[in-house]
Ligand binder design. Structure first.
Ligand code: NAD
Ligand code: TYD
Length: 350
């Protein structure tokens, strides 16, 4: 019989990580889940309050940049598998300060790979790296990213994620480390830090603040409900093939301006505003440097091979997301004060 699993989930206090933690802790009481998170500005223990007392769950505060700490952690907890989500994740921050991205996303991933390579003595393990579709670069009006699309990262964020993907594959080819990788499109849903497009716009609409749309708002993103991403991670972890990559997407492309207008309509209704009132807040601002035009995922492989599909329509998911942000004012207020205010003022000045 194989040994019981102790799964190290990194970044479990962040947006996607908290949804993955919730799913794994509740669905798999037979696994021990160790959540390792540095609690950066993006990490928030409030995101996982509901699981903290579960008997199969433990939180460890720590930094994946610290290799010695990871070596000890693998030994002390007898880590059998890794779901690696910890990262610096915001493109705009990677433009103003790339070094944190290089240190956490590249060096941190290398440290985790080394800890796993040194501790694991056989192939009965999984090192699963959660990555982004941004590694593939930018599309024109046509086409989709496939698993075989050549990497062409263009922001410090996507370059750091591409580097970490390459390292994970290199450890598989060189050391036979049992790895899996998935590259997912833009996620949305509850608990997303309000520096990202959707929660930022919800918060600004609510407070009658300008809605900063970069450039002409014509950039296209493919949006996926975060709980569908967590389900895909579950499916890949349990049934995906070792050494394989899976693209995850929502078949749900929107230009930024169409999405912001749609959010304005939902918010007008929720806040009892006259139709069209929130749209007046739209303000076109200086474009992001090197702004990728379009991301679009071909998720046929995970659909055909593993039977995964998005479960809810965007309209429904967005409605739920808006409701969550409106009902969780304290969560939003706690993280949009202090340092975030300074970031916001510096980033959107002028
Ligand atoms: P997030 O920024 O919300 O959370 C990141 C988490 O990692 C935080 O809890 C933070 O405290 C932690 N962390 C950061 N540096 C760390 C370090 N050095 N050591 C330990 N913990 C550290 O990010 P997210 O949006 O939840 O993204 C999670 C993962 O999914 C990332 O790897 C990201 O690249 C990937 N991804 C995100 C999206 C998206 O739309 N958000 C899409 C595809 C892939
Ligand atoms: P974001 O949520 O930062 O995700 P990513 O850059 O990883 O795709 O941004 C989504 C899109 O929204 C992207 O094209 C940039 C744009 N955007 C704005 O127009 N205004 C904003 O204030 C933000 C944060 C993003």
């Amino acid at each position: 019989m194989s040994q019981p699993k102790t799964i190290l989930i990194t970044g479990g206090a962040g947006f996607i990580g908290s949804h993955v933690i919730r799913l794994f802790v509740h669905k798999y009481p037979q696994y021990k889940i160790v959540n390792l998170d540095k609690l950066t500005y993006a990490g928030n223990l409030e995101n996982i309050r509901d699981v903290e007392k579960a008997s199969n769950y433990e939180f460890v505060k720590g930094d994946i940049q610290d290799k010695n700490f990871l070596t000890k952690l693998f030994e002390e907890k007898n880590i059998t598998d890794v779901l690696h989500l910890a990262a610096e994740s915001h493109v705009d921050r990677s433009i103003s300060g790339p070094m944190d991205f290089i240190m956490t996303n590249i060096v941190g991933t290398a440290n985790l790979l080394e800890a796993a390579r040194n501790y694991w003595k056989d192939e009965n393990h999984i090192f699963y790296h959660i990555s982004t579709d941004e590694v593939y670069g930018s599309l024109g009006a046509e086409g989709f990213f496939e698993e075989t699309t050549a990497y062409d990262p263009r922001s410090p964020y996507s370059a750091s994620k591409a580097s970490s993907d390459h390292l994970v594959r290199a450890y598989h080819h060189t050391y036979k480390l049992p790895v899996k990788i998935s590259n997912c499109s833009n996620n949305y849903g509850s608990h997303q830090f309000p520096e990202k497009l959707i929660p930022l716009m919800i918060n600004n609409i609510k407070h009658n603040k300008p809605l900063p749309v970069y450039g002409k708002g014509e950039n296209v993103r493919d949006w996926l409900w975060v709980e569908d991403h967590a389900r895909a991670i579950d499916v890949i972890f349990h049934t995906g093939k070792i050494g394989e990559t899976y693209n995850i997407g929502g078949w749900n492309e929107w230009t930024n301006i169409a999405l912001v207008k749609f959010l304005c309509q939902i918010m007008d209704r929720k806040l009892n505003r006259a139709a069209g009132e929130s749209e007046k807040l739209i303000s076109y601002v200086t474009d992001r440097a090197g702004h990728d035009l379009r991301y679009a995922i071909d998720a046929t492989k995970i659909k055909n091979e593993l039977g995964w599909m998005p479960s809810i329509k965007f309209e429904e998911g967005l409605e739920k997301t808006v409701d969550w942000y409106l009902q969780n004012e304290n969560w939003v207020n706690a993280i949009t004060s202090g340092d975030y205010q300074k970031y916001y003022e510096a980033h959107y000045k002028g």
